[in-house]
Ligand binder design. Structure first.
Ligand code: PEP
Ligand code: MN
Length: 334
């Protein structure tokens, strides 16, 4: 259930209402908007008399929320959530350009790429230290050392760092990481999601290979219901019967998610296609679809990359793409 309050209500009357609702056994999520405050009720609302609440002089309207996702529901929080990472904002009209290699390989590699992409328009650096690989014989990432190398690249460039966490046992290593990524394969690792919900750090949650939008939102709810509301959603392609691309980029997910939730939604055209030449058109399409940002794999030497070279842009290709993406965004959304 959501209760939309009238503009400029008296704080003590609002507190009285909130206290009474909590006594009835529900949790009250307060979203203060530009014009109105929305109280979102979480828990069993069967015994709450909607007509009685609607009759109160501070209440504008009362609606039942049928969806099982509550805290991330746009009805609970009508304004876009803006996630802040250092000086970088994502959502609510702010566009993030996250770039970097699939995996951190050496200090020269990660710092070199970071410097080049920063100059050409990236505002965050990605790089995997813990890699979820299909084969146990493939490069598994530099792990703790990879995170240390990312921090050096951050120090040299000022770019906030985004890297994937695969297990709760590694959490202490991520203390000084700016954005923790939950990869597609871990989207429903509920123990990990609950643990990330207790942090005060932005979480980049990628859609699973075979997961619906509702399942993605329920996973976001696992993080948010534990108190961490800084979640960024990412569409990265899903498994279908596509034969020439790694995955199928579900671009309609972008406007659909933005209707359903207030969270920022970004797109990963690299894992969605698996082919570097398809990355620029899909990145532009994502901007046209209303994405709040992109996460793009960039490698200085894709032919020798330890992971995902075929889908990696060179820094030069990335530099050419950035103004095109911004132009598309401007044309479609300003
Ligand atoms: C990645 O970002 O390198 C990655 C493994 O992504 P995904 O979880 O989307 O496959
Ligand atoms: Mn990758």
């Amino acid at each position: 259930m959501i209760i939309v309050l009238k503009p400029d209500v008296d704080a003590s009357k609002q507190e009285q209402l909130t206290g009474w609702l909590e006594e009835m056994g529900v949790r009250v999520h307060v979203a203060v908007g530009d014009y109105q405050t929305v109280l979102g009720l979480i828990g069993n609302t069967d015994n709450i008399d909607a007509d009685l609440i609607e009759s109160l002089d501070i209440v504008d309207s009362v609606k039942r929320v049928s969806e099982s996702f509550k805290t991330c529901n746009r009805k609970f929080h009508p304004d876009d959530t803006i996630v802040q990472v250092g000086d970088v904002k994502i959502g609510g009209g702010h566009f993030a350009m996250i770039a970097g290699p699939c995996s951190v390989e050496t200090q020269e590699q990660i710092t070199g790429i970071a410097k080049e992409i920063k100059q050409t328009g990236a505002n965050m650096l990605r790089g995997g230290a813990f890699k979820p690989r299909t084969s146990p014989y493939d490069f598994q990432g530099l792990k703790a050392k990879g995170i240390e190398l990312l921090k050096i690249a951050r120090k040299e460039t000022g770019l906030p760092i985004v890297t994937e966490i695969m297990s709760v046992v590694d959490l202490p290593l991520f203390e000084d990481v700016d954005v923790l990524q939950v990869g597609a394969r871990n989207m429903q690792n509920f123990d990990l999601l609950k643990e990330l919900g207790m942090l005060k750090k932005p979480i980049l949650l990628k859609r699973g290979l075979a997961n619906t939008l509702k399942e993605l939102l329920m996973s976001a709810e696992y993080i948010m219901s534990n108190g961490n509301e800084q979640v960024i959603l990412c569409e990265r392609g899903i498994r279908t019967y596509s034969d020439y691309t790694r995955n199928t980029l579900d671009l309609a997910a972008v406007p659909m998610l933005k209707e359903l939730t207030h969270l920022p939604v970004i797109v990963d055209p690299s894992h969605a296609t698996g082919i570097s030449r398809l990355v620029p058109p899909m990145a532009m399409a994502a901007a046209a679809a209303g994405a709040d940002g992109l996460i793009i794999e960039v490698h200085n030497d894709p032919l020798h990359a330890l992971c995902d070279g075929a889908q990696s842009l060179t820094p030069e290709e990335f530099a050419k793409l950035v103004p095109k993406v911004l132009n598309v965004r401007e044309a479609a959304w300003s």
